[in-house]
Write a protein that binds this ligand. Structure first.
Ligand code: FES
Length: 246
């Protein structure tokens, strides 16, 4: 079904340790093919992107064709098809963030870094290198404009604070996100997204010292509690959909 078995380059990149992790992923699902999404994150934790060798590796592990794996890789923007930087900087340019300054932040960072969408400032994968990307709504509109570094949030940004942030990344610093886990790097986060959290490795500590939610996010619920607002009850005569019907 696949030509991956004949590809020695694939086995040079993905050694026994990666194969063992791939087997662990497969064992978590009733059907092997369901492990494809985390396995693509595993591939990115090794290479920083999904190369053709990575596609072949997944195809071989899951008994899929390379075309099937490529179809998934090219559908989701979270899978990068060219080498990423040490860090991935995602600027939300969706409607609310754009109106509140997200477009200006993206334009400033693009000019400052000399990089456009999914382009890398610096040598890809080397310390301090940064891939810049436009992002759709990052689900933090109450804190707009926002950006993420390796999927960690930096809220209420301006072009100036965004430039300070990328400059500190290029100096090798890891500024604390507005909330959530400490900042690591793109490959480390990809291993976490694959579902692996090596407890003995400092880079993978997931202790969350910062706030996990923002005051703005909770404001509506607080107001409702203070004023004893409740949601209207569901009408009892609403028919439930027949999930068996075609
Ligand atoms: S529009 Fe930017 S987080 Fe929703």
């Amino acid at each position: 079904m696949t030509t991956a078995q004949n590809n020695p380059a694939q086995h040079d990149v993905f050694g026994p340790d990666v194969e063992a992790k791939a087997k662990q992923l497969i064992d978590r699902y009733p059907q092997a093919r369901s492990a494809l999404l985390p396995m693509l994150h595993l591939v990115q934790s090794v290479q920083g992107h999904v190369s053709q060798e990575g596609v072949a590796f997944c195809a071989e592990q899951l008994d899929l064709s390379e075309a099937e794996v490529s179809a998934v890789v090219t559908f989701y923007t979270m899978y990068k098809r060219k080498p990423c930087g040490e860090h991935l900087v995602s600027v939300c340019t969706n409607t609310l963030c754009a109106a509140l300054g997200g477009d200006a932040i993206y334009a400033k960072l693009s000019e400052h870094l000399g990089a456009g969408h999914e382009e890398v400032a610096g040598e890809a994968g080397e310390p301090g290198s940064i891939m810049l990307e436009h992002a759709e709504c990052l689900a933090a509109c109450d804190l707009a404009p926002v950006l993420q570094v390796n999927y960690e949030y930096y809220d209420n940004q301006t072009p100036e604070t965004a430039v300070e942030l990328v400059d500190s990344l290029r100096r090798g610093e890891r500024p604390s996100p507005s909330r959530g886990a400490p900042l690591t790097d793109f490959k480390s986060v990809e291993l976490q997204l694959a579902g692996f959290f090596p407890e003995d490795d400092e880079a993978f500590r997931i202790d969350v010292d910062g706030p996990s939610q923002a005051v703005e996010t909770l404001r509506g619920a607080q107001l409702a509690a203070e004023r004893a607002w409740t949601a209207p009850a569901m009408p009892e005569d609403v028919p439930l959909p027949d999930l068996e019907a075609k």
